[in-house]
Design a protein around this ligand. Structure first.
Ligand SMILES: [Zn+2]
Length: 198
């Protein structure tokens, strides 16, 4: 039993390695096998927003991710869900001793993303994010002022909405939480809704 748990713990250090052949953005890559890997526990700004344009710091995040992994050998560690609904692998990615997901949060290239059930490194990512916010690294240089008097969070999905968002209205009482400021929510791991963009 001890040996099995030991092997599980150290497996990312000695696991199978894959070469990264393409960097899609700050949190998504393609392997030599053709498989797409979405980093879990983090969310980098979007390079391509639906209505055109690029989110703040998206290019820098993609560039730094490229620096960390492009044409390098990576090892993957999985959480509860191995793939998302798009068939992408959901993984924690390592290059030698560098934990790529954590490094991107630590340097302010990505936010911590709490998306149950894949939350193995939640506490580590939130601690790194807290520090990056305090030091105003990377994407945290953008100062977004509160434009609403309250914001609505979903305690189950960790998504933050404006009160007028149709998705916010659907949250049951059990999971609804009210914040006075968007940063109060983001600090503890909430992610702005892609639809109402609080
Ligand atoms: Zn929303």
């Amino acid at each position: 039993m001890f040996l099995i748990s030991l092997i599980c713990t150290i497996s990312p250090l000695y696991g199978k390695e894959y070469t990264v052949t393409k960097v899609i953005d700050g949190d998504t890559i393609q392997l030599e096998t053709g498989e797409i890997v979405r980093y879990i526990g983090i969310d980098a700004p979007e390079l391509y927003v639906k209505n055109g344009g690029t989110e703040f710091y998206a290019k820098e995040a993609a560039k730094y991710n490229r620096k960390l992994v492009f044409l390098k050998k990576v090892r993957l560690e999985f959480d509860v869900e191995k793939k998302d609904q798009h068939g992408r692998l959901l993984a924690y990615v390592f290059v030698k001793n560098t934990f790529v997901n954590a490094e991107l949060v630590r340097l302010g290239y990505a936010r911590a993303l709490i998306k149950p059930p894949n939350i193995k490194y939640k506490d580590m990512f939130l601690a790194y994010q807290q520090k990056a916010m305090e030091e105003e690294r990377g994407l945290w240089q953008e100062k977004k002022k509160d434009t609403e008097t309250t914001y609505i969070g979903n305690k189950r999905t960790y998504v933050l909405h404006r009160p007028s968002c149709p998705l916010a209205k659907k949250i049951s009482d059990k999971y609804r939480i009210i914040f006075r400021s968007r940063m109060d929510a983001i600090r503890i791991g909430y992610t702005p809704c892609r639809q109402c963009k609080p």
